[in-house]
Write a protein of this length. Structure first.
Ligand code: URA
Ligand code: CA
Length: 441
């Protein structure tokens, strides 16, 4: 087989066979096929696209390029959740405990990553002593005993995807649906998931700016999952403003605790109930989403979700006293309200800009070496549709550096668009994609 022939075949709009896809993925991972030939093939794929069979074959070739985590020693259906990313997304910290409390095993491999705030692991490290360092045996034992464990991504998962994603990033070939869907699904499948619930964000703060693109990406990912016998459901959700109120690390953990107490932001609670309900159905703990939702509401109401968070923190060496006394979480030296100089209704809050403001404060990583400040961030007090008077606090800033604080305040004020006419907030859940079809709300 010659790489040249594969490039020409795809350039001319023909389908690549499984053997051809395996050949280029293996060859690129091993280093026997050079960047320039794979770049050319990626550009051909970008223009000519891949069909469903090719997309599935590409995904599995990337899965098979590295380690595949074997979670078969965990009892029950392992349902994983993936979010395509947004600003202030605290869902894992809430979903993990409530779903585990319902009896669905949560075996979560999480990353740290670059971003506006840290990843789930960084956030959990706000609990003094919390650690993800454990053997895979201990990880599995914890899931069997506590029903939930959060591990670091130590395994060499889908190395082909890492290499291809980096190459796509510098050759303008990231935004092809097959390539994105395959990239995300390969990592989920390699981390041992039996079933997958996808939270596909759309809006100003999301990777998928348009709703149609978000539905198309969901369709693509659900079809891959279905083709390889991983029951997959895609939920399309709004990311036109940050999720909930808090953007930061310790701040988001506190928000998660509030939500587990039943006192969280309405839309964050709604998102967790929706995603969690699908996880329960896929995990065979409820017959339908309606029944699952009632189970989850009960878990929040009875305090079982909060108790599960305590158990998770204890199992991984953290101090659970923080759950009952959030004043123990790290606090910054500066806590200051941001005062509105305008009156009217909030029409938009540019989620990306709020995220960037959090990054400026030190809540996230700009490079792999950046050190995260767990205490800093932003808590919004006004969301889309709310009325604001001059002098109202639209947000509170948590900072450890007065220069950075000044810059962040400007960014937050600029992120708000306030208008005279009444604004009705759009619904959070925009639709659902399953193997049987698509529902738009
Ligand atoms: N996230 C991924 O993991 N892969 C992509 O291709 C795009 C977003
Ligand atoms: Ca939040």
């Amino acid at each position: 087989m010659r790489m040249y022939d594969l490039i020409m075949k795809k350039r001319n709009g023909n389908e690549l066979s499984k053997e051809e896809i395996d050949f280029f993925v293996d060859g690129y991972t091993q280093g026997s096929i050079p960047d320039y030939q794979v770049s050319a093939l990626l550009m051909a794929i970008y223009f000519q696209k891949m069909n469903k069979t090719e997309t599935t074959n590409l995904t599995m070739a990337m899965v098979n390029s590295g380690e595949i985590i074997d979670l078969s020693a965990i009892e029950g259906v392992k349902v994983d959740k993936h979010s395509t990313g947004g600003v202030g997304d605290t869902t894992t910290l809430i979903l993990g405990p409530i779903v585990a409390a319902a009896g669905v095993p949560v075996a979560k491999m999480s990353g740290r990553g670059l971003g506006h705030t840290g990843g789930t692991i960084d956030k959990l490290e706000s609990f003094d002593g919390f650690s993800v360092a454990m053997s895979i045996e201990k990880f599995i034992q914890n899931v069997n005993e506590v029903k939930i464990a959060i591990g670091g991504q130590t395994a060499d998962l889908a190395p082909a995807d890492k290499k291809l994603y980096a190459l796509r990033d510098v050759t303008a070939t990231v935004d092809n649906m097959s390539l994105i869907a395959g990239s995300i699904m390969s990592k989920k499948i390699a981390s041992g998931a039996d079933a997958i619930v996808l939270d596909i964000k759309t809006g100003s703060g999301a990777f998928m700016k348009s709703e149609d693109d978000a539905f198309e990406l969901a369709r693509e990912m659900v079809d891959i999952g279905t083709n390889v016998s991983r029951n997959t459901i895609g939920v399309i959700t709004d990311m036109d403003q940050p999720l909930g109120f808090a953007v930061g690390n310790a701040l988001e953990v506190k928000e998660a605790i509030d939500t587990l107490k039943g006192e969280g932001p309405e839309e964050l609670t709604e998102l967790c109930l929706t995603l969690g309900a699908h996880m329960l159905v896929l995990g065979k703990k409820a017959k339908d989403a309606q029944e699952a939702r009632e189970i989850l509401k009960d878990i929040i109401k009875s305090g079982k979700g909060l108790q599960k968070l305590r158990e998770l923190v204890v199992a991984q060496g953290g101090n659970p006293a923080y759950v009952d006394d959030p004043s123990l979480f790290p606090l910054p030296t500066i806590v200051e309200p941001i005062i509105s100089t305008q009156e009217g209704y909030v029409k938009a809050i540019k989620a990306d800009d709020i995220g960037k403001a959090a990054l400026v404060l030190g809540a996230g990583r700009e490079t792999k070496e950046s050190i995260i400040d767990l205490a800093v961030g932003i808590v919004l007090h006004k969301k889309i549709g709310d009325f604001v008077k001059i002098g109202d606090a639209i947000a509170t800033i948590y900072a450890n550096d007065s220069e950075k604080q000044k810059v962040a305040i400007k960014m937050v004020l600029n992120a708000y668009e306030i208008v005279a006419g009444k604004i009705i907030a759009k619904p959070l859940i925009k639709g659902i994609v399953t193997k049987d079809g698509m529902t738009k709300f």
